[in-house]
Design a protein around this ligand. Structure first.
Ligand SMILES: N[C@@H](CCC(=O)N[C@@H](CS)C(=O)NCC(=O)O)C(=O)O
Length: 234
């Protein structure tokens, strides 16, 4: 089935930028973007909570050709869905083949979107988001350690073998992993030259440049005095 309209609810340089990147890779500019001002609490507005009870971005609203509407809320699921929905863009090994390439691609996409994302999120909330009374410094230290001693070596090994995370070809797994590497760099991690080479390669893609054109508007911490200070969870 084809789509009639796509609308992305977005906030600069957050996980919704992964989806914006995948949309530019697959359908160019043929979608609507609405910015949800996270630090003003717009994600908690009743109308938004009705479509996204997790009060987060991304939300991708899909109006299908037959008029049916579906909201997708998970960046990994959306990026993977788009890659499979537009096979002519060559962003994923074929879904209908029991291949080593597909197995590896899914493994890396989910590793990035779940396990690695969770580690980075723990660092984020304990270093930038939670009020002082809720900060648990050992949690952030634990995930920094796990990331640098367990995750980074695996990624470096891959990137020393081939240009992209799953081989010599760019895939949707690079969208999630690439965003994670940039996110980790904000915390002073991912310093090996393999990561610099990787980022310089993926950041030249026109779809990347479009997706992150607004990244300068991202502020890692709720601005002082924001009514979301102490409320915002991630
Ligand atoms: N697992 C979700 C997480 C989405 C998420 O937490 N987004 C953050 C921005 S990166 C957000 O909108 N936070 C606002 C809030 O939790 O109130 C995904 O990968 O899409």
């Amino acid at each position: 089935m084809d789509f009639k309209h796509l609308k992305l609810y977005h906030y600069p340089a957050t996980r919704s930028a992964r989806v914006k990147w995948a949309l530019h890779e697959t359908i160019g500019d043929n979608f609507e973007v609405e910015v949800v001002s996270l630090y003003d609490g717009e994600q908690y507005h009743q109308d938004y909570m009705q479509i996204n009870p997790n009060h987060s971005v991304p939300t991708l609203e899909i109006i299908f050709a037959n008029g049916e509407v579906k909201q997708m809320l998970e960046s990994g699921a959306i990026v993977s869905f788009l890659a499979d929905a537009f096979p002519q863009k060559n962003l994923a090994p074929a879904a209908n083949s029991f291949s080593i390439e597909r197995a590896d691609y899914q493994q890396m996409l989910f590793f990035a979107a779940s396990a690695i994302d969770m580690m980075l999120w723990q660092i984020r909330i304990h270093e930038h988001v939670l009020p002082p009374s809720e900060i648990d410094q050992p949690s952030s230290a634990r995930y920094r350690h796990k990331f640098t001693t367990e995750v980074e070596p695996q990624l470096i090994k891959r990137l020393n073998k081939h240009a992209y995370i799953c081989g010599e070809h760019f895939t949707a797994a690079d969208i999630i992993m690439g965003h994670n590497v940039m996110w980790a760099k904000m915390y002073g991690m991912c310093n090996d030259k393999a990561f610099s080479a990787y980022l310089s390669l993926i950041s030249k893609r026109p779809a990347f440049l479009q997706a992150f054109a607004d990244a300068g508007k991202f502020n890692p911490e709720p601005p002082a005095g924001s009514r979301m200070a102490g409320v915002f969870t991630g």
